[in-house]
Design a protein around this ligand. Structure first.
Ligand SMILES: *[C@@H]1O[C@H](CO)[C@@H](O)[C@H](O)[C@H]1NC(C)=O
Ligand SMILES: *[C@@H]1O[C@H](CO)[C@@H](O)[C@H](O)[C@H]1NC(C)=O
Ligand SMILES: *[C@@H]1O[C@H](CO)[C@@H](O)[C@H](O)[C@H]1NC(C)=O
Ligand SMILES: *[C@@H]1O[C@H](CO)[C@@H](O)[C@H](O)[C@H]1NC(C)=O
Ligand SMILES: CC(=O)N[C@H]1CO[C@H](CO)[C@@H](O)[C@@H]1O
Length: 512
């Protein structure tokens, strides 16, 4: 500000620039009818839908917390020094003849309680005791469902001194033993922990594969403890003060991820905990008090639309498809009915980040979801998330056929290798060039509105200065503000500072 002329000249340039981008926004409003666009929003992640990485301590009270649903384990016979393997990935016998472990040697846990589990093999079948021959004591992987009755339930007994030395009690009450490389049976009654004993296994937990989502925390604590844990979290993680903070710092909307079971309040299917809809009610009320709009985002669909922990998957498989459309629509109908009249409902997002989902199924669902919302509100926007594994323009012409529809794209300078080696300038240039050009190629005056529904200040640069980091955030705010519907930072709060907008604002990394 040493040179007032330069300062006001720059102001003029900025003002002209703002006018031109504002002109685009106003033009869009001929179909959008909202004065608050583009939104400056924040995602209330890890609130009504758990993402364990954002606050790992939530899981601390779970017994055997390294053995949650979906955890991948391998078992090596200490006697044979060979891995247990489901021949052909399932549908056949279990053997103990592999020196290297890959998919067939990896079992996903379905947790019944802290010590009892089903083992899911790579073709998605479950291990049980065979009926044919061997007195029914040989192990096979050919059950299509995990019955909570006894046929597929195994107890993992951990050694007191070494929790990764285990013996496995089969449904018949006897322990598994690897009698030979091709004979694994459940007929051992002894209790030896000696390495030469055929019933002793070294358990290898693939910690990189650990899932910490809503399914794992609720099923991990179990039906007696989970309700209190979840309600305490909901009541403390985000409070009215946070909405006040947001409004004082330029945030004019929140995107609230929710799970499909919210529609089954107050008694959702196990292991989920009831009561989240009342918390969402409160969020609407607080948001309204502070002039903040609400986007309700169906982030976890039944069957899991992407297999990610934040989809509330049980074991990492993406199974959403045509057969799940009716249940998913029931959730949308519930949300639109409950919140359609709220004056600060900005939008309902039909599904977050589909991945490996059939495009035909997605179109069918998006069309039906749009109709379900329109039964309850003509003013709320309907947001369609772009499939993560497809081009950002894949929904453009489809979405053009609806009114007040928004396409949601997520922009992170992360998750693909090319970002690992980018320096500060390359990251910032990427925002100003590639992201800006992607946005403008998506934006058409009579097309759907565009929303950068997730982005963050995290990047792979190790040695950046605070000023570098500020510039990285500033470039993103500038470019993403050109999105006709606006943007939403991921997230409001997070143990990892670069993902916390509150931390970023408090520490003067970003303002808008
Ligand atoms: C393991 O045993 C099965 C069943 O006898 C056999 O088909 C397979 O070839 C064996 N694999 C190895 C690596 O020995
Ligand atoms: C776990 O489930 C098994 C099988 O239903 C039961 O026998 C056992 O008592 C349960 N353990 C705990 C700690 O609840
Ligand atoms: C615009 O919004 C107002 C008030 O929110 C509503 O009454 C009106 O129906 C909306 N118009 C359109 C075209 O959606
Ligand atoms: C945030 O990013 C900076 C680089 O700007 C990095 O040094 C720091 O380790 C990151 N912090 C976290 C918690 O990831
Ligand atoms: C068609 C319509 O209602 N457009 C409105 C969009 O929002 C702006 C700003 O509030 C209004 O001025 C328009 O009338």
């Amino acid at each position: 500000m040493k040179n007032p002329f330069l300062f006001s000249f720059l102001n003029l340039v900025v003002a002209l620039y703002l006018c031109s981008s504002h002109y685009v926004a106003v033009a869009e409003e001929s179909q959008n009818n909202s004065s608050s666009l583009p939104l400056r929003a924040v995602n209330l992640g890890n609130w009504l839908l758990i993402e364990g990485w954002m606050k790992p301590s939530l899981f601390d009270g779970i017994p055997n917390k390294d053995l949650l649903d979906g955890t991948q384990v391998r078992f090596m016979s200490t006697k044979l020094q060979k891995y247990l393997s489901a021949e052909h990935g399932g549908g056949s016998i279990i053997v103990a003849n592999r020196t290297n472990a890959r998919g067939w040697e990896t079992f996903r846990l379905w947790r019944a309680n802290e010590t009892f589990f089903n083992f899911r093999v790579s073709n998605k079948q479950f291990i049980s005791l065979g009926n044919e021959g061997e007195g029914g004591n040989s192990l096979v992987a050919n059950s299509d469902s995990a019955s909570s009755s006894t046929e597929t339930l195994f107890e993992i007994v951990r050694n007191d001194g070494d929790p990764n030395r285990v013996r496995i009690r089969a449904p018949n009450g006897l322990f598994l033993q690897a009698i030979s490389e091709t004979k694994v049976s459940a007929d051992y009654a002894g209790s030896s922990w000696d390495d030469s004993d055929p019933s002793v296994f070294k358990m290898i937990v693939l910690t990189d594969s650990t899932i910490r989502g809503e399914y794992q925390i609720t099923n991990g604590y179990g039906p007696d403890k989970a309700p209190k844990i979840m309600r305490d979290h909901w009541n403390t993680y985000i409070t009215e003060d946070d909405f006040k903070f947001m409004s004082e710092n330029g945030v004019n909307a929140v995107r609230v991820p929710v799970g499909w079971w919210i529609a089954h309040d107050p008694t959702p299917p196990k292991p989920f905990v009831g009561g989240s809809s009342q918390i969402l009610d409160k969020a609407f009320t607080w948001a309204e008090k502070y002039g903040i709009k609400v986007i309700v985002d169906l982030h976890a669909c039944p069957g899991s639309q992407n297999g990610a922990p934040h989809s509330a998957t049980r074991d990492g498989h993406q199974e959403w498809g045509d057969s799940y459309i009716p249940d998913t629509l029931a959730t949308i109908d519930f949300l639109a009915q409950r919140y359609g009249d709220r004056p600060n409902l900005a939008a309902i997002e039909l599904m977050n980040e589909p991945q490996r989902v059939d495009l035909g199924s997605l179109h069918k669902y998006y069309k039906a979801g749009y109709d379900a919302i329109r039964k309850h509100t003509s003013s709320a926007y309907v947001i369609m998330s772009n499939p993560l594994d497809r081009d950002s323009k894949v929904l453009l012409s489809f979405a053009g056929g609806f009114n007040r529809v928004v396409i949601d794209v997520h922009y992170y300078n992360l998750f693909v290798p090319k970002f690992n080696t980018m320096n500060v300038k390359q990251n910032i240039d990427y925002i100003k060039n590639q992201r800006a050009s992607d946005l403008s190629s998506l934006t058409a005056s009579n097309g759907p509105l565009i929303f950068v529904g997730e982005w963050s200040g995290d990047w792979r640069v190790q040695d950046a200065s605070k000023e570098d980091h500020r510039q990285f955030l500033k470039a993103q705010v500038e470019v993403y503000s050109r999105a006709t519907f606006g943007w939403a930072y991921w997230a409001y709060k997070c143990d990892s500072n670069n993902w916390s907008l509150k931390w970023m604002i408090d520490n003067n990394y970003v303002n808008f």
